[in-house]
Each structure stands twice: as C-alpha cells, then as structure tokens.
Design a protein around this ligand. Structure first.
Ligand SMILES: Nc1ncnc2c1ncn2[C@@H]1O[C@H](COP(=O)(O)OP(=O)(O)OP(=O)(O)O)[C@@H](O)[C@H]1O
Ligand SMILES: [Mg+2]
Length: 255
C-alpha cells in the first residue's frame, strides 16, 4: 500500500453559481449560488462520505470535479498537481463517476457483456469481460442480458465494473445504493469496501443517508445549503456532532 497521507484529489474554495434564469420564485433567493467555499480532500484507500439533504449541492460538487459544470471558481488538484476541470481529458480515466440511476447510465441496446467489452476495447485493456465481471461478483449469463433485464443491484455492479475497467484512482459514487433494497445495499457496500482495499481506490461517496455511511466511511463531510458545516472521522461525526444540522440528520435516522 502506498502512503496515504496526502490527498489524491483535493478541492479548495469551490464556489458555484448557476446562471440566473427568469423566475417567478424570486423571493426564494436573490442569487443562484449553490455552493460556497467548499474545501475537501479524498485519499487513496479511503471512503470519504459527502452527506446532506436533497438540494444541498452534493451532485454539483461531483459534477464540478469531473468538468460538467461551467460556472465555478476554485482550485483542484489531482495527485498534488493542479488541474482545470474544464480541460481534464488527461484525467478522464483517473476519476470515474457512478450515478444513482443505474438504468439510464447504460446503453439499452447493448448487453452487459457488450458494454464492458466496448470499454475494454476503447482503452486497449488486457483485462477480459469475464475477469472484470468477476471483480464485481457477476458471473455467467449476466453478460448476455440487456440493462432492463438486470436487477438494480446487478446494473449497479455493471456500472461499477465499467468504471473499474479503465483502472481509475478515484471513484465518485453518487447515491449508488439509494434505489436499492437494504439487503442489496449492504452487498454493494461490501463490494465497494473490498475494491477500496484491493485497488487502493479513493472513493467520494455521495449520499443523503447517514445510515448508509456511518459504519462504512472513514470520514464524513456534512453539507447544508451549499456549505460544508462539519467534517470529521465517521466516529466523531456520529458520536459527537458539533453542528445542529448534523444533529438533525442523526436524529432523523432513528425515526
Ligand atoms: N444545471 C443546473 N442549473 C441550475 N441549477 C442547478 C443545476 N444543477 C443543480 N442546480 C441546483 O443546485 C442545487 C443543488 O443541486 P444538487 O443536484 O447538487 O443537489 P444534491 O445535494 O445532489 O440533491 P439530491 O440529493 O436531490 O440529489 C439545487 O438547488 C439545484 O436546483
Ligand atoms: Mg444529487
């Protein structure tokens, strides 16, 4: 294992404002700023959770990191080197994004095997479809099935396999288990934990659900209304939350 003391990915002073659109809801907010002064780090071999309620800006942070947001200010580093998200083709394979909606992320006209084969071909990988499927515990007939013929859990495994096929260093997992039953959630979380260990992956795990990450993530970042209100180890956050918003999130878990 490498030394994990310096972050593989870091974000400093990130602020995002979407262009103003004409709206009747002007009383809601004078400005369309959705993130302010976000600072975060992601480490190899560790799961960093980004937690906050719907609309707090979690996906916008992930999208900005991978260059899907135009209007931002802030600094980004990958492995200690600054990068511009709007010009990051050299990092496309290093940072992979997995979305909540496992079905729409996959081409409906291709089987799971074809989807994985395509990505292996594009990246001239030595791996095979079987070996990459095995790594996410998918076997046999699954490779001949189309996305709509797979269960949600199987689809999310295909998405994880596709992300792994390019051998990334960072995986951004955006609500990847939120649509799944609790028992299937646990299996996918176990898979992610194993991959972190085996591949020394760095994970930014985005979720609205503290239950999912309390025993799974090393550290937790709490986001509220576009601002980080608290950061700490999972134990610190769960056992002695410092911010009232975090306390509210924890209280909501028991109800
Ligand atoms: N492309 C966009 N244009 C304008 N506003 C946007 C855009 N994308 C997101 N927003 C706004 O930014 C805010 C944060 O949205 P975001 O999707 O990042 O939240 P989230 O924390 O991921 O929520 P959820 O848990 O529901 O996925 C919301 O108010 C949303 O309406
Ligand atoms: Mg989101």
């Amino acid at each position: 294992m490498k030394n994990n003391s310096s972050p593989i990915l870091s974000v400093q002073n990130l602020t995002v404002a979407f262009p103003k659109k004409g709206s009747f809801f002007i009383k809601k907010q004078a400005s369309d700023q959705v993130l302010s002064d976000i600072n975060l780090e992601v480490y190899q071999g560790k799961i960093t959770a980004l937690v906050g309620e719907s609309g707090s800006g979690k996906t916008t942070i992930g999208n900005t990191i991978v260059g899907l947001v135009q209007n931002f200010t802030g600094e980004f580093q990958f492995d200690g080197t600054p990068y511009n998200p709007l010009n990051m083709s050299h990092l496309r394979t290093e940072i992979q994004y997995i979305f909540q909606d496992s079905l729409s992320a996959l081409n409906p006209r291709m089987t799971a095997g074809q989807i994985l084969n395509e990505i292996l071909l594009i990246h001239q990988s030595d791996e095979t479809v079987d070996s990459i499927m095995e790594q996410v515990d998918l076997y046999g007939e699954i490779s001949g099935k189309y996305p709509h013929e797979l269960s949600g859990g199987q689809r999310q495994r295909v998405n994880i396999a596709r992300a792994l096929a390019v051998n990334p260093q960072v995986l951004i997992c955006d609500e990847v288990v939120s649509a799944l039953d609790v028992s299937i959630q646990a299996k996918i979380l176990n898979l992610i934990t194993r991959l972190v260990r085996e591949r020394n992956l760095a994970i930014l795990f985005i979720t609205h659900d503290l239950n999912v990450v309390k025993a799974f993530a090393e550290s937790i970042i709490v986001l509220s209304k576009g601002e980080i209100v608290e950061k700490g180890t999972a134990r610190e956050i769960m056992e002695s939350p410092g911010h009232s918003y975090t306390k509210t999130l924890i209280a909501a878990m028991d109800s």
